[in-house]
Write a protein that binds this ligand. Structure first.
Ligand code: SF4
Ligand code: SF4
Length: 247
């Protein structure tokens, strides 16, 4: 299926003739805008299969390019370059080098799932975005993204205690990503919480961030989850033809 959006054609691939006359008709400027022909020789024919093998990417083959995901996308509304439909298109064609041009924004999906609810084909575009980010990291195209750091901090806390505590997650996330703890938005959120939340709830939250409460009898579940995660990571690496363990 062809790409219709002019915005998706890289400026360097557009050519405009300032002075051009064809059969006596002046078609200078905007009227003579052409797309440069190009030869693509580096298809990754396994790309759809690789994304389909990662969690979230299983149904990418169902996409019929209707664009509902991009139309409903929260991030696309503020950054038109964030385009799930287009990336699914590139993945299915195996146009890896084209996709890599957007590698620094693909991870910005905020997992709101609006695309997933809009998709008429149950592709789970949010899952595909996650699979694409994961694929980029596993293949070494991008460093661990902030969203992956957050997921890992969240998951490790659940493995460890069987619970989550928001204050510790934020602290851990900032530590992993080298951010200062005192940030304007966080201070403002703290002030509002103090103003609006009941004292008892604030006390429970404060205690939770200090004493690390644990779920009773969690050891068995932790072992089962750890085994699953190990197996899943190994399967992901096998699907992408990578050896060894993730660092
Ligand atoms: S889940 Fe991600 S891709 Fe889907 S609408 Fe939200 S931000 Fe966009
Ligand atoms: S909404 Fe679904 S079918 Fe339509 S382009 Fe997006 S992923 Fe494909």
């Amino acid at each position: 299926m062809p790409i219709h959006e002019k915005s998706l054609i890289r400026p360097e691939n557009l050519v405009t003739h300032e002075n051009l006359e064809i059969d006596g008709v002046n078609v200078s400027g905007h009227w003579s805008t052409f797309i440069e022909s190009r030869a693509v020789t580096d298809y990754n024919e396994a790309m759809e299969e690789e994304i389909g093998a990662l969690p979230g990417g299983e149904f990418i083959h169902r996409c019929w390019q209707c664009g509902s995901c991009t139309n409903s996308c929260t991030v696309n509304a503020i950054n038109p370059d964030f385009n799930p439909r287009y990336w699914i298109y590139l993945t299915r064609l195996g146009m890896e080098s084209e996709l890599l041009r957007d590698k620094d924004i693909i991870w910005q999906c905020v997992s709101c799932n609006k695309c997933t609810y809009a998709c008429p084909r149950d592709v789970n575009p949010e899952g595909v975005m996650k699979a694409l980010s994961h694929w980029l990291e596993l293949k070494g195209h991008t460093p661990t993204s902030p969203s992956m750091h957050f997921d890992e901090e969240f998951a490790e806390q659940v493995f460890d205690t069987g619970r989550i505590e928001e204050g510790r997650i934020i602290r851990g996330f900032f530590a992993r990503t080298g951010q200062p703890l005192l940030q304007d938005w966080l201070v403002e959120m703290g002030k509002r919480l103090l103003r609006h939340l009941p004292l008892k709830m604030l006390a429970v939250m404060g205690l939770g961030s200090v004493i690390r409460p644990r779920t009773r009898g969690w050891a068995g579940a932790r072992a089962a989850i750890a085994q699953y995660v190990t197996e899943r990571r190994a399967a992901d690496r096998r699907a992408l033809g990578l050896g060894g363990e993730r660092k």
